[in-house]
Design a protein around this ligand. Structure first.
Ligand SMILES: [Zn+2]
Length: 128
């Protein structure tokens, strides 16, 4: 069942709200940006996401095909969410006040985007 979560960057300039169901799944990916920033994401429908504050604090990083906008706080550097092409994903680790058990129980799906393979997970995931 969807719940409304509050989320933020580290300094608190960027705050958001998202309606999502962690039990429906989260994901990690082995692509270059996810690997370097240790991304742990949960998909959110654009209509279920509300930026409450900090639009002016959010910088944007794009690379490669420039489809996704990897937003990050100019002050603290934390990346609360990425968006693009009708997709949006929040960083699970940016959700505030989530019970640890809820995070432990959240299923994690792995994507092998380092090899442009959306169909099968990477052979090894322990380091992600
Ligand atoms: Zn910040």
């Amino acid at each position: 069942m969807k719940k409304t979560y509050q989320g933020s960057c580290h300094c608190g300039a960027v705050r958001f709200e998202a309606d999502l169901d962690l039990a429906k799944g989260t994901f990690k990916c082995n692509c270059s940006i996810c690997f370097k920033t240790r991304a742990w994401l949960a998909p959110v429908a654009a209509s279920d996401f509300r930026l409450l504050s900090g639009e002016e604090s959010l910088a944007d990083y794009q690379f490669n095909r420039r489809v996704l906008h990897h937003r990050f706080c100019r002050t603290c550097g934390v990346r609360p969410f990425s968006q693009g092409d009708g997709q949006l994903a929040v960083r699970v680790n940016c959700l505030d006040g989530v019970d640890s058990q809820e995070l432990i129980d959240a299923p994690v799906k792995y994507f092998n985007m380092r090899h442009d393979d959306v169909k099968s997970p990477p052979a090894e995931t322990r380091h992600l």
